[in-house]
Design a protein around this ligand. Sequence first.
Ligand SMILES: Cc1cc2nc3c(=O)[nH]c(=O)nc-3n(C[C@H](O)[C@H](O)[C@H](O)COP(=O)(O)OP(=O)(O)OC[C@H]3O[C@@H](n4cnc5c(N)ncnc54)[C@H](O)[C@@H]3O)c2cc1C
Length: 291
Amino acid sequence: MKPPPFDYRRPATLGEALDVLAEAGPGGKVLAGGQSLIPLLNMRLAAPARVVDVNRVPGLDGIEAGPSGVRVGALARHAAVERSPGAAAAQPLLRQALRLVAHPVIRNRGTVVGSLVHADPAAEMPAVLALLGGSVRLASLDGEREVPAAEFFTGPMESAARPGELAVSAFFPALPARSGTAFHEVARRHGDYAVAGVAAAVTLDDDLRISAARVACVSVGPVPVVADVTAACGPRPAASVDWDAVAAAVRDLVEPEGDIHATADYRRHLTGVLAVRALRDAAAAAHGEGS
Ligand SMILES: Cc1cc2nc3c(=O)[nH]c(=O)nc-3n(C[C@H](O)[C@H](O)[C@H](O)COP(=O)(O)OP(=O)(O)OC[C@H]3O[C@@H](n4cnc5c(N)ncnc54)[C@H](O)[C@@H]3O)c2cc1C
């Protein structure tokens, strides 16, 4: 199918982009990598009056990594972030998760920030942002605002971005010393959206006991489901944790729905299994045993 007709704009500056977005109001849609928007247009699941292609706007493709974390610009492609040594050093979960996003050809074009605004509950990057307590910076003619992850994802395919706003960057915080991360998921085919997936972050204390443990689960709710499982995991070394109890705790926290890919019960079971795998790998990474 072909998309319904729309007014196409390709602004050359950020100011121009904000002008044409403001003018379009609720009928305006930003086009970044197009890996989600173009299929939606072609299937006529979206029919914006105006598409604002921001690919020629300079200064939006930055990846700034530092001790506090990684700021990813709106036009930084999945592949660029995945391959960035600085980003991987500051926040290893970015690369661990991006390897699971779609296929390389899609990662070459799709953007991390686009994935966040798209807010698919089966997508990896919203879970990463939610787990780390990151934020998204939104710009409009009224100025800029930084929205924390906990307030950014408002429902399936719905974010806090308002009409007239452009997400200019996202910030993924670094973790304290002696922390590790991991991402495990099951998809029907490699590169497909996950039937279920879990991102985990673990921090160890001076005696190498687990002092903090969090998971973010995908495909089991309308938005990423973040859970603090520190009480179930610590304070004890990973080798002494009752992992069956941790799996049960995570299973109790999620309320998945069934669909043509999996029953709700299977998704719940899988989430428990994947949470334990991710937490154990994150604890091993925190020990310095690879990530
Ligand atoms: C076959 C296939 C498999 C895929 N598998 C996965 C997968 O396993 N996991 C996964 O996470 N993703 C997957 N994707 C989606 C892919 O990761 C997309 O790249 C991503 O979801 C959206 O990024 P984009 O830059 O292409 O955004 P676009 O398609 O350009 O836009 C998506 C939405 O976000 C809005 N938007 C984008 N950027 C901005 C911005 N800066 N400010 C405001 N609004 C903005 C658009 O208006 C639109 O509503 C898959 C896609 C395909 C085609």
